[in-house]
Design a protein around this ligand. Structure first.
Ligand SMILES: [Zn+2]
Length: 73
């Protein structure tokens, strides 16, 4: 995914926002229909959500490694 400054006067497509889109997120290299236009406020909101994903603990892989270490044969 790539983020670029919106070249055209588009409207933010997130929810019922309706503000002017400052950026467009490009999902694929093909076609213009894979663009999502977002305003800077919604983009900040998305970034906040992304931080929550990053903050989520990755306990599963860690406990797996511990279990492997504990199994001595
Ligand atoms: Zn918006």
């Amino acid at each position: 995914m790539e983020l670029e400054k919106s070249k055209y006067k588009m409207v933010c497509e997130l929810g019922a926002c309706g503000r002017r889109a400052d950026y467009s997120i490009r999902f694929a290299r093909t076609g213009t229909k894979s663009n999502l236009n977002v305003c800077s406020e919604c983009l900040k909101e998305l970034a906040r959500l992304a931080e929550q994903v990053n903050a989520a603990p990755a306990d599963r892989t860690r406990s797996d490694a511990r279990r492997k270490r504990g199994e001595r044969e």
